[in-house]
Design a protein around this ligand. Structure first.
Ligand code: PMP
Length: 439
């Protein structure tokens, strides 16, 4: 067991003070602020392989991996070399480029999409996919699931209304009621609720969007056949089925979540969104799907969509280099590393008497600090002992393991998580499990 020597964080703390003076909450994306777990967020100076180094010189095994993208580890030499060569050729031209074509071909090769359009963030991808679905169908209503996050798109920051299949209310100030009011929010994994919503609103529903396997309420795998059912009910009602693979794409498996269900069961989404891994650590994301649907996008069709930095040559080069490295061996390694860590977490939490549930889809997993019940939807995901997670998180952080600063996130690994990095995680677990038990 490693002993806890609480790391010195004075430089991070000073930067956090400066950051808060000029940026709301001191961060550029909320969960980075440690609001859920308290304490000083670590300002990271550099990263290599599986390790982060903060501005005070502390080192951590990284189990966030930039919230998914760093599939082959930080500063991978081949990705770095490709990016350096791209930068040397200039960083943005506002013209078509070869790396865009190559990355698009790679996405088409790996997944179910026939055509793809690049954007700069997952939010832009889901926003654009919804606009396209509305433009294609001539309908306005969007169906989503509680606990699924699709970025900060107005229509998707909606909370369930009072009834089973009622139109939603804004999930945050700043979202117009008129926007959320065109969204239906349903319980995840609930075929009855989906059937009821389509029975009532079927001829007004433009699309149903779902995380291909939810990872934003912790990992909650779709019940067997659930995604196939969604694809079918959309087809029967003339609505488009949008599978959001921003997190799962090229992460849950080589072909994303679709490789685990659609490719096996023989169905395809009408549209799919991608981000994270496909950008190799740069701002790149995409949406794609059926050629006839994508043909409705400008300049081929009437649905407007554009972006100054879309398909940026440095970002697409990084994504392409990352995907070319993402071989079967990479997924096998990440899977094996995940099995080792999951087994050790389960053993230590059990030894310490901390009830929990570990859930996975492909190589993606998370740990729920709950009563040991399976988690199938958002209310169940919410039934967690947050003080126990907070204690566990800080005990791990003190021992040099950077977990997501929230109990509702997946833990991410990379092909750079070698034996030494994994052992470092295992060594930290006993004390963290004891801390969770004492919380
Ligand atoms: N969809 C999913 C499933 C996501 O996990 C995320 C980000 N976590 C997004 C969309 C939004 O992506 P971005 O943060 O790049 O806008």
């Amino acid at each position: 067991m490693t002993s806890s020597t609480t790391p010195v964080t004075t430089t991070s703390a000073a930067l956090f003070d400066r950051a808060r003076a000029v940026t709301p909450g001191g961060v550029n994306s909320p969960v980075r602020a440690f609001n859920a777990v308290g304490g000083t967020p670590r300002f990271i100076r550099s990263a290599k392989g599986a390790w982060l180094t903060d501005v005070d010189g502390n080192e951590y095994v990284d189990l966030i991996c930039s919230w998914g993208p760093m599939l082959v580890g930080h500063a991978h030499p081949e990705v770095q070399a490709a990016v350096a060569a791209a930068v040397a050729r200039g960083t943005s031209y506002g013209t078509p480029t070869e790396p865009e074509v190559e990355l698009a071909e790679e996405l088409v090769r790996r997944t179910s999409v026939e055509k793809v359009r690049f954007v700069s963030s997952g939010t832009e991808a889901t926003m654009s996919a919804i606009r396209l679905a509305r433009g294609f169908t001539g309908r306005e209503i969007v169906v989503k699931f509680a606990g699924c996050y699709h970025g900060h798109v107005d229509a998707l920051l909606a909370s369930a209304g009072s009834g089973l299949a009622t139109l939603a209310v804004p999930g945050t100030p700043g979202v117009p009621a008129s926007s959320a009011g065109l969204t239906i929010v349903l319980p995840y994994n609930d075929k009855v609720a989906v059937t009821a919503a389509f029975a009532e609103y079927g001829d007004r529903i433009a699309c149903l969007i779902t995380e291909a396997a939810p990872g934003n309420m912790g990992v909650v795998p779709p019940a067997p056949g659930f995604n196939a059912f969604l694809a079918q009910i959309c087809r029967e009602n003339g609505a488009l089925f949008i599978s959001d693979e921003v997190m799962t794409g090229f992460r849950a498996s080589k072909q994303g979540q679709w490789g685990l269900d659609g490719a096996v069961e023989g169905w395809v989404p009408d549209l799919t969104t991608f981000g994270k891994v496909m950008g190799g650590g740069f701002p790149a994301a995409a949406f794609g799907g059926r050629a006839d649907v994508m043909g409705h996008l400008s300049p081929e069709g009437p649905v407007y969509q554009a972006g100054t930095l879309s398909g940026n040559p440095v970002a697409t080069t990084a994504g392409l280099a990352t995907l070319r490295l993402a071989t079967d061996e990479v997924y096998a390694h990440i899977s094996a590393a995940g099995e080792t860590i999951k087994a050790a977490v389960a053993a230590e939490l059990t030894r310490a008497g901390v009830s929990h549930t570990i859930q996975a889809t492909g190589t993606m997993f998370s740990v729920f600090f709950n009563d040991g019940s399976p988690v199938t939807n958002f209310p169940e995901a919410n039934a967690q002992d947050l003080p126990a997670y907070t204690a566990f998180f800080h005990a791990m952080l003190d021992r040099g393991v950077y977990l997501p600063p929230s109990a509702y996130e997946a833990w991410f690994l990379s092909s750079a998580h070698d034996d030494a990095a994994i052992q470092h995680v295992l060594d930290a677990l006993p004390a963290a499990a004891d801390a969770a038990a004492a919380a």
